[in-house]
Design a protein around this ligand. Structure first.
Ligand code: IPD
Ligand code: CA
Ligand code: CA
Ligand code: CA
Length: 259
């Protein structure tokens, strides 16, 4: 089945709109917060409920699709054949719990391993970014100007806090060579900043559902998204991710030190 991208865009806008109302409603009662792998790795009742909600919507519309979602109500995807929805029901759960802001809902849709469409909902700002390799990026349904390519020194770099603190991949020097460093604690917010032209790049350690939507939207304007050694992202496993506009990407690759 070939995806109808217009239909998909309308569906994602509708599902994310509903999802947002449900999340805001759930924020009126105390959250149930569980620790996953460690004290910095949290999941809430809202992450789980939103994954269940979106999984239901996706499977009702695309019964043959498979879902790789963080909170585990979908399938465990071992190959990328057919249509795969990568779903992060709350990206930036720590921000959600501590800040009640700066978190996203992300859906990336891939067909036979190729990115086709992505959507990033910034819940508290009520902004949905959509787009894909063949679909121009939009915010709340309106075309966005495409981000401009800059030298690294002329753009802000996003970073993962732990990578910067431990200077993995030589990120301290990379970020020092930029206009400045921004850390948001949400991969979705970082990709949103790149798509909106506020930031030139981002380096982090990410899961497939953290990167799927941003990589699909960024493909429209040549956003480079690779492993630190330049290899393509394997959407079946986590790993380090370098995302940047082309000029900055080339500079970053020269500065990066692969451990
Ligand atoms: C996390 C955030 C964070 C990134 C982590 C992700 P989650 O997502 O995107 O910015 O540094 O690697 O796991 O777990 O809150 O969905
Ligand atoms: Ca998580
Ligand atoms: Ca998540
Ligand atoms: Ca995430």
């Amino acid at each position: 089945m070939m995806l109808d991208l217009k239909r998909l865009e309308n569906e994602l806008m509708a599902w994310l709109g509903e999802s947002r109302v449900r999340i805001l409603d759930a924020m009126n009662t105390p959250l149930h917060v569980d620790v996953k792998s460690g004290r910095n790795d949290l999941v809430t009742n809202v992450d789980k409920a939103n994954q269940r909600f979106l999984t239901g919507k996706i499977l009702a519309a695309y019964p043959d699709a498979r879902i790789e979602g963080e909170e585990g109500t979908g399938d465990k995807v071992h190959d990328l054949a057919g249509i795969v929805f990568f779903l992060d029901p709350i990206d930036g759960t720590m921000n959600f719990v501590k800040q009640h802001a700066n978190f996203a809902v992300m859906i990336g849709v891939y067909e036979n391993g190729a990115p086709r469409f992505g959507a990033i909902l910034d819940v508290m700002r009520n902004e949905v970014l959509t787009g894909g390799p063949t679909v121009a990026p939009k915010r709340n349904g309106r075309r966005l100007p495409l981000p401009k390519d800059h030298e690294l020194k002329d753009g802000l770099m996003g970073a993962s806090g732990p990578l910067l603190i431990h200077n993995k991949l030589n990120v301290q020097a990379i970020n020092e060579a930029s206009s400045g460093t921004r850390i948001t604690g949400s991969a979705g917010m970082e990709f949103k900043a790149i798509i909106e032209g506020q930031q030139i790049g981002y380096i982090s350690y990410l899961q497939p559902w953290d990167v799927a939507a941003g990589m699909a939207i960024g493909a429209h304007f040549g956003l480079q998204v690779t492993r630190p050694d330049g290899k393509a992202i394997n959407m079946l496993e986590p790993g380090f991710v370098v995302a940047a506009l082309p000029s900055a990407y080339r500079e970053i690759r020269q500065l990066i030190v692969v451990d």
